[in-house]
Structures are given as C-alpha cells and as structure tokens.
Design a protein around this ligand. Structure first.
Ligand code: ADP
Length: 440
C-alpha cells in the first residue's frame, strides 16, 4: 500500500513538473536569446518558483554551459549529462525518475525564433520529501485503520452484550412463567423484534388465562347443575325416611319426584355429552351429502306432539330443494334445539315458522316464533353454556341452558353462522347460514 501511494505521488509530481517546465520554456522562448541580460530579467521568477517547489532549475545553452542555476553553485560550468544531451539531440522533453538518486529530472528544450534551439531547462526535484510524506500518509492510514477496527470490535462487543442482556431478561421472564407464574408477563425492552415476540407471547398467555377461567367456570357450573337434582333427591329420600309410617301414596308421589329428578340429571348429562362431542376436533364430523328438506321435515315431525300440547302451529316453508354436505346428526341436533326452544318459550296458540332457502353458496334456515322473546340485554349471553334468561321458567320446561351452546358449536363446526333477532313479548327469529359444500 505504501509503495502504491509513493508511485501515485511521484507520477503526479512528474506530470506537474512537465507542465510547469513547458510553461517556463515557453516564457523564455519569448526572449530573443539567453544572453546574460535576458537571463537576469527572468531569473527572479525562476528563483521564486525554485524555492517554493524546492526544485533546482538550470538553464543550459547549446554549448552545454549552465547560464542559470537557481542554487547558484554551477553557473558557467558545463553540463554534459545524459538527459541534457538527449534533449538537445532529440529536441524533445526528457523526463526521468531516478530511484537511486531519489530525484525527478525533467529536461525541456527552449526554442527561439525560427524553431532553433536556444537551450534546455533542467528541473531537478528531490523525491525524499515526497517519499517521507507518502510514508507518513501510509502510517497514518494504518493507525486510523487499526483505531477504526478496534472501535468496531468494541462497538460489536458492547451491542452484543446489550442484546444478550435483553434476551436473557426475556428468557428469564419466559422461564418464570413456565415455572408456574402464569400471571407474569414479559416486559418490553426496547428491541422491536423482542417487543414483537413479547407482545405475541403475552397475547397467548392472556388467551390461555381466559380459557382457563372459562374452563373453571364451566366445571363449577357443571358441578352446580348436576348437584341440584341430587340435592332434591336427597331431600325427598330423607323426608321419606323421617316419616315412620308414611302412607303408600306419599311414597309413590315422592318416588315419582325422585324419578323426575333422575330424568333431569340424565338430560343434563346427555346435553353435556353432546357439547363435549361438539368441542372435539372437526375431524369428528361425519359429512354426507344430505337432503336438507327431508331432514328438516323429519325434525318437525318429531317435535309436532310437543307443539300440539300448547296448540302451537308448526309450519315448514321451503323455497327450493336443497342438498348440502353436512353431518346430519349434529345438524339435526342444532335445528331440533332451535325449534324446541321456539315451542318451549312460546304461548298457548302461538306459531312457529321454519323456512329453508339457498343461494349458490349457502343454505339458510330461519326459525321464527311469536313467543315471549329475549330481552335485548340478554341476547348476547344466550349462547353461553348454562345461561338462561329466566332460570325458574327454563327449569320448568326442562331446560339445561346448554341447548344454544350446542347449536352454536354445531353451526360453527359446519363453518356456518347464526344470528338472533328478538323482541320481548313479540317473538324471536334465529337465522342459520351453512355452506352447501363442506371444505375442511
Ligand atoms: P335452555 O335449556 O334453558 O332452553 P338454551 O341454551 O337452549 O337453554 O337457551 C338459553 C336461554 O335462551 C333459554 O333459557 C331462554 O331463556 C332463551 N331462549 C332460547 N330460545 C328462545 C326463544 N325461541 N324464545 C325466547 N327465549 C329463548
């Protein structure tokens, strides 16, 4: 690298001296000759140039006699150097870098009028200073490079330490959570990638927390619901036990009550089992191409006797024949629950209208009634497990509060959607939309 600098600088210097030498030769050639008088008139300028550039300038006449020496040592002496002779002979400028002497020499002919050669200018420049300068430059560059590399290594060290520290902190937080501190969350630490990771991780933890809470709530609800009939049975059995000579009629009546409670317990367990089945993976769906018209008609036929008890008119209106890919058992369970609710939460002489329609993508089932309706504030919650608007009424009608949760799960498993529209004391409409073709 050092040699590269040196060569570059020497080449530059050589080129600049060649140019300046040509300019000087041109100036001198304006004089008629290089007699003492003329030389005296331009020697001042050359002297100045010589001292500024630390160069020695000689002017040699065709007799090889030095007529001007800016170092004033060899004036009037003869100069028969190789380059001078060459320049006079060839009448061309000669340039040379003499490595051994450590100098640059440029010899330029000065032409007078009629193109005759008046003399030659010899410019000698020591390259010692130039080399010294190039060594200094290369040394300084080297020092700067070392300093820069050291600084970069230091910077890399510091930043990697900072990043490692941030990672350590994040991993410590994760470890703490894994050890069971589920309420703990990863704190942000200013690194966008880690922040992003922390946000996603915290989101997952929040979801798991909510899931865990809803699971706990479900277990507590299940226990409560299952316990109620058992408590009633115990009360009934205890009161029979406490009556020494209870008449057979009382026994029969109490036993019937106990059987009713067992039936209720069994309904709750059946509903719970349906719900658990619905919660399982989608792979459990047994999809077949089904005639929906027939399927709905069968559901209504089975529910007709319950409707007749309250003299409720049950009407099915189909706008077109529909065949769709569904799990018939789970689909029927959902539609039965909706129609059963429309009958249960209705009035004597009421009506329930079920309609079926389809477009090229979905089929739609609407279950409409003119029953008691659902107050607006309860409408969001009716799909929750065990949620009942009027507990006492629901119990009376044999409701478990699981029906709509089963309906929703079944529809979602079919990639469908359910909408509710209801007005208190006017009626309720549930609209179900299910894709005609099931895509996993
Ligand atoms: P349940 O076993 O109590 O019927 P569901 O989950 O089927 O439970 O329904 C939840 C609650 O929504 C019911 O308790 C009832 O208060 C209300 N509900 C459902 N369907 C209707 C309807 N068609 N008309 C009025 N209220 C309804």
């Amino acid at each position: 690298m050092h040699n590269y600098y040196k060569a570059e600088i020497i080449n530059d210097k050589l080129a600049s001296i060649q140019t300046q030498s040509a300019i000087i030769a041109n100036e001198i050639s304006k004089y008629s000759d290089i007699s003492n008088a003329n030389v005296n008139s331009f020697s001042g300028v050359l002297q100045q140039y010589s001292s500024v550039n630390e160069a020695r300038i000689l002017l040699v006449n065709p007799d090889y006699m030095i007529v001007l020496d800016t170092f004033s040592v060899e004036k009037n002496k003869t100069l028969l150097s190789e380059n001078t002779v060459k320049a006079f002979d060839s009448q061309k400028s000669i340039s040379e870098y003499d490595k051994d002497r450590g100098c640059i020499e440029v010899v330029t002919p000065v032409f007078g009028s009629e193109k005759s050669i008046m003399g030659v200018i010899v410019i000698d420049l020591s390259t010692e200073g130039i080399i010294k300068f190039s060594v200094e430059v290369s040394q300084k560059t080297y020092v700067i490079k070392i300093a820069l590399i050291t600084f970069l290594i230091f910077l890399a060290g510091v930043s990697s330490k900072m990043i490692t520290k941030a990672f350590r902190k994040t991993f410590d937080d994760v470890d703490l959570i894994a050890m069971g501190h589920y309420d703990k969350r990863i704190e942000g630490n200013g690194y966008s990638e880690l922040e992003h990771f922390a946000e996603s991780f915290n989101e997952i933890m929040d979801k798991m927390h909510n899931l865990d809470e809803s699971r706990q709530e479900f277990v507590s609800n299940v226990s409560h619901e299952l316990k109620t009939p058992i408590t009633s049975m115990k009360v009934l059995a205890d009161s029979l036990n406490n009556q020494a000579d209870a008449p057979i009629e009382i026994y029969k009546e109490f036993m019937q009550d106990i059987v009713d409670e067992i039936d209720r317990e069994s309904i709750i367990i059946d509903d719970l089992l349906s719900l658990v089945k619905m919660d399982k993976s989608v792979a459990k769906l047994n999809i077949t191409s089904t005639n929906i018209n027939e399927s709905v008609e069968l559901i209504l036929k089975r529910l007709k006797p319950i409707a007749q008890k309250k003299n409720i008119e049950l009407v099915f209106e189909s706008f077109r024949p529909v065949v769709a890919e569904i799990d018939e058992v789970k689909f029927s369970l959902a539609i039965s629950n909706l129609v059963e609710n429309a009958i249960k939460y209705n009035q004597i002489d009421g009506w329930v209208h079920v309609s079926l329609n389809a477009d090229h993508q979905y089929f739609y089932i609407k279950v409409e009634d003119n029953g008691i309706g659902i107050p607006e504030e309860n409408q969001d919650k009716v799909f929750e497990r065990f949620y009942r608007v009027d507990k006492a009424r629901s119990r009376e009608t044999g409701g478990t509060g699981l029906g709509l949760a089963i309906v929703r799960n079944s529809i979602l498993m079919h990639h469908g959607a359910i909408k509710l529209h209801s007005e208190e004391n006017v009626g309720t409409t549930f609209t179900v939309r299910i894709p005609l073709n099931y895509v996993e």
